[in-house]
Design a protein around this ligand. Structure first.
Ligand code: UDX
Ligand code: ADP
Length: 463
């Protein structure tokens, strides 16, 4: 059997590496239009940082795992074709700011239709609006060289930072499709290492909708606890204590109740906006409003954090130096998409703060480009003033101590483990006084820091 995957990103790369590792008899060919990305997959420095990924790739690459830009060749040879291209939120035209941009998916489908012969199973791996499979099917049916297709939905539930464990031991594998034979063929691949009872099959639309719903529920939990964190700050309650107390109720459970500066990542916001757009399309106004509130609450949480920094630093951060620790949307990834850090930094820059940013895995170019696009309008245009602001007020350094030197405040925005064990005595000596710390992830020992002399503010804590 031969498998091809179109899209060598955070989803396609790790997922295919795991299939290749677990199924040595299947030839897995991952293709991408981006030659730099493919070159990186073929090098010792993979394009994405993911714990444990190096070992998996090293084991399978060159044996039954290939990365290349030969899209047509890989499609033509494959029995199963995964589509794992990106589906960002549209930023133009109808549905701008809400609907998914399906341009890349449609281009893939057209390419598959053009070069395929015989029978192929086409698998949607990217998160997509419900009923996208229908569009893919229609495009594929226009193939004029006699090829036939089954379309399956097989959403990916891995979380970045724990992708390898999630792929090795998934809670479930979901396969939606109309043809039992095609579903069976794909199920056989996963059954090489996933217990049969964890492989669920549904109809196409249930599978597509389950992915959006799972992410909406997870994000909703984070927004719910973040909403309570605002109330905790206004009262004497402590959000971590509330979280623990409610999490012990087995009906609620302890996971995804960690209050934070706001959720980020390529999925949560995009999927909820997709859900909202879909509900609006079907005239379900109340349902759309219900889910949209999860995103509104998340925006509020990010904005509130930046405002709290300004307010507590005597109502001005203009020309003050603020050390930003962490820029990725969570620990153990170099992904910055929709990271809360982007929006907190943007708001601080608009107040004319000087930012010195450190993240263990994110490149300087990525940080600068995220900030430039956050300061741009929907069409991607940035004013000269804002461009100048990024150029003159943003510095990226390669360790936390350098970030903190001479700073007025530290804002911790990603929960990287190394930040827990920093030498804060040393850091305190090098900072301006009063020295402020804003812990956006509630990972620091507030009492110990207060003893050193810091003024510390955390999420959902009133003092
Ligand atoms: C998510 C889903 O978990 C995964 O199943 C899906 O396939 C893709 O989207 P991911 O975005 O990679 O995965 O990371 P996740 O661990 O879900 O975290 C998302 C965001 O929520 C991060 O910014 C994280 O810091 C934040 N978060 C998570 C909290 O603020 N508090 C929590 O308790 C949990
Ligand atoms: P995700 O997190 O969903 O994996 P990424 O942006 O990390 O998203 O990866 C998607 C990849 O898909 C990118 O590397 C992009 O170059 C690739 N891609 C997009 N369209 C096509 C296409 N038509 N053919 C091949 N690769 C594509």
């Amino acid at each position: 059997m031969k498998i091809c995957c179109i899209g060598a990103g955070y989803v396609g790369g790790p997922t295919m590496a795991m299939i290749a590792k677990q199924c040595p008899e299947i030839a897995v060919h991952v293709v991408d239009l981006n030659p730099q990305r493919i070159a990186a997959w073929n090098s010792d420095t993979l394009p994405i940082y993911e714990p444990g990924l190096d070992e998996v790739v090293r084991e399978a690459r060159g044996r039954n795992l290939t990365f290349s830009t030969n899209v047509d060749e890989a499609i033509a040879e494959a029995d199963i074709i995964f589509i794992a291209v990106n589906t960002p939120t549209k930023h133009f035209g109808i549905g701008a700011g809400r609907a998914a941009n399906l341009e890349f998916i449609e281009k893939c489908a057209r390419q598959i239709a053009k070069v395929s012969e015989g029978h192929k199973i086409v698998v949607e791996k990217s998160t997509l609006p419900v009923r996208t499979a229908e569009a893919i099917k229609r495009i594929l049916s226009s193939a004029d060289n006699g090829a036939t297709f089954d379309v399956l939905s097989n959403p990916e539930f891995l979380a970045e930072g724990t992708a390898i464990d999630d792929l090795l031991d998934p809670d479930r594998v979901l396969i939606g499709g109309e043809s039992p034979k095609a579903v069976q063929t794909l199920a056989e691949v996963y059954a090489q290492w996933v217990p049969r009872e964890k492989i669920l099959s549904t109809n196409l639309w249930s599978s597509e909708l389950s992915k959006l719903t799972a992410n909406a529920f997870l994000a909703q939990r984070v927004s719910s606890i973040n909403a309570i964190s605002a109330l905790c700050e206004a009262t004497e309650a402590d959000v971590d204590e509330v979280s623990k107390a409610i999490g012990t109720d087995s009906r609620i459970g302890p996971k995804f109740l960690k209050a934070s500066v706001g959720f980020g990542g390529s999925c949560f916001q995009k999927d909820i906006l997709n859900l909202v757009y879909l509900c609006e399309h079907f005239g379900l106004r109340e349902v759309a409003d219900y889910w949209e509130q999860v995103v509104i609450m998340n925006d509020y949480q990010k904005r509130r954090f930046a405002e709290r920094i300004c307010r507590t630093m005597f109502n001005t951060v203009s020309d003050k130096k603020i050390a930003i620790l962490g820029f990725a949307f969570k620990k153990d990834t170099n992904d910055t998409r929709e990271s809360a850090a982007i929006y907190v930094c943007r708001d601080l820059l608009r107040e004319r703060a000087r930012l010195v940013i450190y993240d263990p895995k994110v490149e300087k170019e990525t940080i600068v480009s995220e900030l430039l696009s956050a300061l741009s309008d929907l069409s991607g245009t940035i004013s000269d003033l804002d461009r100048e602001l990024v150029e003159s007020n943003v510095t990226v350094v390669d360790n936390a101590y350098d970030a903190a030197i001479h700073s007025h405040a530290i804002a911790l925005l990603t929960e990287w483990d190394e930040f827990r064990t920093l030498d804060f005595e040393r850091i305190y000596q090098t900072m301006q006084k009063p020295a402020f710390i804003y812990d956006g992830r509630n990972i620091l020992d507030r009492q110990a820091l207060r003893k050193i002399g810091f003024e510390i503010f955390a999420i959902g804590k009133s003092n």
